[in-house]
Ligand binder design. Structure first.
Ligand code: PGA
Length: 254
């Protein structure tokens, strides 16, 4: 049985109430989906209340971002140590919306990932090709470049996840063809196998970018897709729980 992870990224949406309601609804549905790990990324202001609202073995709470700095004069940032301090154990790193807004380089994403690992936090590192790279057939080359930059964090052997998110697919309603998703995931897994560090458990690779009820089964059925990072379609808890049941069927191999 393949473990499957679904991450709901709520971006700049929601409220104190909606975060608690989402966790309650998902934890009820999750009883019928025991083989799916569910993670919620609420806005950072609600991380604390989300941690309090979740049950012990329920939804995993994940930050949307972590600073590339350990501390200092960086207004608006949240450090890995601060996340760990309130009990957060997972964080997205290098989501393309953050990369674009803050003009983050691949090295900045590496630094943030290393801070997370050193604080005992599992980074979910986002990688993906631009629209230009996709159009010119350079998806695998772009992924290789990003993975090479991440080498020193991959080599720590610490628990981590990767999310393959083509930049042009995020929030656009467009997705790559199924064979392209398969090719990108195979490429990433092959690169990871070549990293020297021996691992007890392999690094899961999730797909993200316009995942919704209509396409999740097909995407999760792709070899090498270990889960999905879902933005807008995760905001509605009914849609999300329907996707959770699809993921459970995939985890059970049916
Ligand atoms: P989307 O977002 O599902 O709305 O495309 C995905 C993401 O931002 O990770």
């Amino acid at each position: 049985m393949q473990p499957v992870t679904l991450i709901a990224n709520h971006k700049l949406h929601g409220s104190l109430q909606s975060v608690q309601d989402f966790i309650r609804a998902v934890e009820i549905s999750r009883k019928a989906a025991p083989n799916v790990q569910v993670m919620l990324c609420p806005p950072s202001l609600y991380l604390h209340v989300a941690l309090k609202a979740k049950s012990a073995d329920g939804v995993t709470i994940c930050a949307q971002s972590v600073s590339m700095h350990a501390g200092g004069a960086h207004t608006g940032e949240i450090s890995a140590a601060m996340l760990a301090d309130i009990g957060v154990r997972h964080t997205l790193v290098g989501h393309s919306e953050e990369r674009a807004r803050k003009h983050l380089s691949d090295d900045d994403v590496l630094q943030a990932s290393l801070h997370a690992v050193h604080a005992g936090i599992v980074p979910v590192i986002c990688i993906g090709e631009s629209a230009d790279d996709y159009a010119s057939g350079n998806t695998c080359a772009a992924l290789t470049h990003q993975l090479q930059t991440l080498q020193s964090v991959l080599a720590t052997g610490a628990p981590m996840m990767l999310a393959y998110e083509p930049l042009w697919a995020i929030g656009s309603g467009k997705t790559p063809k199924i064979n392209e998703i398969a090719e990108a995931h195979a490429h990433i897994h092959a690169h990871l196998k070549c990293t020297k560090e021996a691992r007890d458990t392999p690094i899961p690779v999730l797909y993200g970018g316009s995942v919704k009820r209509e396409n999740i089964s097909e995407i999760l059925a792709v070899l090498g897709v270990n889960g999905a990072l879902i933005g807008s379609a995760s905001l509605n808890s009914n849609d999300f729980t329907a996707m959770l049941h699809d993921a459970q069927r995939r985890a059970k191999g049916s």
